[in-house]
Design a protein around this ligand. Structure first.
Ligand code: MV4
Length: 448
């Protein structure tokens, strides 16, 4: 097993990883910026090293500083968490070349799946359904017009180096198409340093459904069902649940087997997620593969009774999964609300500051993953998410009722939060019916 792990992250996920290490008797090293010196991940780790000033590019994204911390403390592995360096192939590569285990897939896998056009081609070749569109990047206007003539409008243009919704444009006619194409390439070039774009048919009002995967170093890959992630605003997820109210047992099996097929095609190792779009006819299509542990992993943990972070550590140490697909059974329904320090009435403006009073709900079927405490100051430098509330129940209704009750119980003073907005969503009749798509939150906000 691993002896000592450096956690190359902050906030709740750093704490989540430290807790998993402790249970496995693995020593931990926290890294922190000067803005995070009072954060719980610093207090809970066995050792902590300051790696720079508050701006992320001078601390949590500073590879030389983080590697120095790893070498000084003599760790044998680094867990990148999510965001930050988690999907940078060059970071995984430099760990590999220094004999430090990167807790995740190989740098080659991160690179292969990080280019979204290439990932799509790989999945298509493996037999995973993809949205009709270009084979890889579209090099010229002529090529673009020829292709769109075949597939028809509306279409969506995406940056190959993008992902998570960054650098996408919709076109519903030829005028929009040519304008969007030029804009998309210019923008992709300046934002990602890569101006390649690809085109596909637009799926209207899709659901975002993702399948959780684990692969070990021995060729075994299994899935842990799906998460419904359609409730999001500006590509930031707000609520995730498992199972999805739109997925039948038969569809789950089909999506799961398809995701495993895709992961096996790249010999995927460690935790990963395949994102699908599910259209209104029940067809699903590969979108992206995320090569990291995700924010919303706890809902899958509650439903399947597994600790995904511990599994990541075991897998990285070379252990075999030790179970098969037939052993993986859903036990309950789980839902997660992301709680943010933000002001919903002011366009979700960030609301950093000191938490002067805090009461966290508890009880049966309630989990709270967070790095904050009463008296903690939320920094303006980082993401506004200050905690994740996860509730589960024997069925969807029980999980949602429990979430509603927990959201009523929570007390957070000193900052503005989205708690009230989350309660509104949880009790919204359309959400209760399970009848949502990726436009739901924005449409709801535009009606107010
Ligand atoms: C799409 C789409 C419709 N049609 N592709 C956005 C994030 C990225 N993973 C893929 N995204 C989309 N791709 C086609 N062909 C709509 C979206 C999309 C979306 C997807 C998931 C969750 C929220 C979304 C919000 C807007 C657009």
């Amino acid at each position: 097993m691993l002896q000592k792990v450096l956690v190359a992250n902050r906030g709740e996920i750093a704490l989540r990883i430290i807790r998993a290490c402790r249970e496995l008797d693995i020593k931990t090293v926290a890294i922190y910026s000067t803005a995070d010196k009072d954060s719980l991940h610093v207090r809970c780790a066995d050792e902590a090293i300051c790696i720079g000033p508050p701006p992320s590019n001078r601390s949590y994204l500073d590879i030389p500083n983080i590697l120095s911390a790893a070498v000084i403390t003599g760790v044998d592995a680094i867990h990148p968490g999510y965001g930050y360096l988690s999907e940078r192939p060059e970071f995984a590569e430099i760990c590999e070349s220094h004999g430090i285990t990167f807790i995740g897939p190989t740098s080659a896998q991160i690179e292969q799946l990080g280019d979204k056009a290439q990932a799509k081609a790989t999945m298509r070749a493996a037999g995973v359904p993809v949205v009709p569109g270009s084979d890889g990047a579209v090099e010229s206007q002529e090529e673009l017009l020829k292709l769109v003539n075949e597939i028809g409008y509306p279409v969506i243009i995406k940056a190959s180096a993008g992902g998570g919704g960054k650098g996408m444009r919709v076109a519903r006619n030829e005028t929009q198409l040519l304008k969007s194409y030029t804009q998309a390439r210019t923008e992709a070039g300046s934002v990602f340093g890569d101006d390649q774009v690809y085109v596909e048919k637009l799926i209207e009002r899709p659901r975002h459904i993702e399948v959780q995967l684990l692969g070990d170093h021995h060729g075994n890959v299994v899935h842990f069902g799906e998460r419904e992630c359609s409730l999001q605003r500006r590509h930031q997820k707000m609520i995730e649940e498992s199972p999805s109210p739109a997925v039948s047992d038969a569809l789950r099996q089909k999506m799961g087997e398809t995701a495993v097929l895709g992961a096996k095609a790249v010999k995927y190792q460690n935790a990963g997620t395949i994102e699908f779009l599910l259209d209104e006819d029940g067809q699903f299509y590969f979108m992206e593969m995320n090569t990291r542990i995700q924010v919303e992993h706890p809902v899958t943990e509650m439903v399947y009774g597994i600790d995904l972070v511990k599994e990541q550590l075991r897998i990285a140490a070379g252990a075999e999964l030790g179970y098969e697909q037939v052993d993986i059974i859903p036990y309950c329904h789980a839902i997660e609300c992301r709680l943010n320090a933000e002001y919903p009435e002011k366009g979700f403006l960030p609301s950093p500051g000191m938490i002067s009073k805090l009461h966290i709900p508890g009880g049966h079927g309630v989990r709270w993953d967070s790095h904050v405490y009463q008296g903690y100051t939320i920094s303006p430098y980082y993401d506004s998410m200050f905690g994740k509330l996860i509730c589960w129940g024997s069925d969807r209704e029980e999980a949602l009722d429990r979430m509603s009750s927990a959201l009523s119980e929570i007390i957070v003073e000193g900052i503005r939060t989205n708690v009230g907005f989350q309660r509104l969503l949880i009790n919204h009749p359309i959400f209760r019916q399970g009848d949502v798509n990726t436009n739901f939150v924005e449409e709801l906000l535009s009606k107010e």
